[in-house]
Design a protein around this ligand. Sequence first.
Ligand code: GTP
Ligand code: MG
Length: 219
Amino acid sequence: MASATATYGQKEASDQNFDYMFKILIIGNSSVGKTSFLFRYADDSFTPAFVSTVGIDFKVKTIYRNDKRIKLQIWDTAGQERYRTITTAYYRGAMGFILMYDITNEESFNAVQDWSTQIKTYSWDNAQVLLVGNKCDMEDERVVNAERGRQLSEHLGFEFFEASAKDNINVKQTFERLVDIICEKMSESLDAGDPAVTGAKQGPQLTEQPAPPHQDCAC
Ligand code: GTP
Ligand code: MG
């Protein structure tokens, strides 16, 4: 497994100048386009080659939103089943999830319910989730229509976007919407004096420092 900090922008990762830091995970079946989505967002790059992710890695991106400097620590997980024990260990403390399927792959859509259960099992109760149907540039090969995506997202209580990492459709919008939802939830929780957010009890801290790469990874 590649070293997270060595691979991804060490300078930005160590930048301490931010108001909030949000940990976000991208999950979903293998080959749905999680890594491509992250590379499009963080580096504005895309490669047609498929290099399946081994374990987990992350990128850091700082954005301005709602007058705040928000540092996003975005974890790209491996979709392959054999890495599940490693990847679910990272769910804890995540404030947001991008749950992705591929609109040309029925199996990846059918797996969304299971991924949602994984989130409920391993993550913080208040974690926010966005459902993304990726590869919407491949209209000719589409097998999951947008309406099914929307219905499933409503059923699960998530917001929904169709997107394309390849053609850069709704990539930035997905991340920004997720950040906005997290901010909304955060201010509601602060108003209610939720200890998970105010830091009175164990729970994700709004400005927590980046977690070191997992012990199991060969960094
Ligand atoms: P794992 O790391 O195995 O979990 O897969 P992944 O979800 O990270 O998939 P990855 O980003 O590696 O993409 C898989 C393949 O789909 C690659 O060949 C990408 O080039 C391609 N791909 C990703 N996003 C898009 C997209 O929006 N449109 C098209 N046409 N191809 C895409
Ligand atoms: Mg990947």
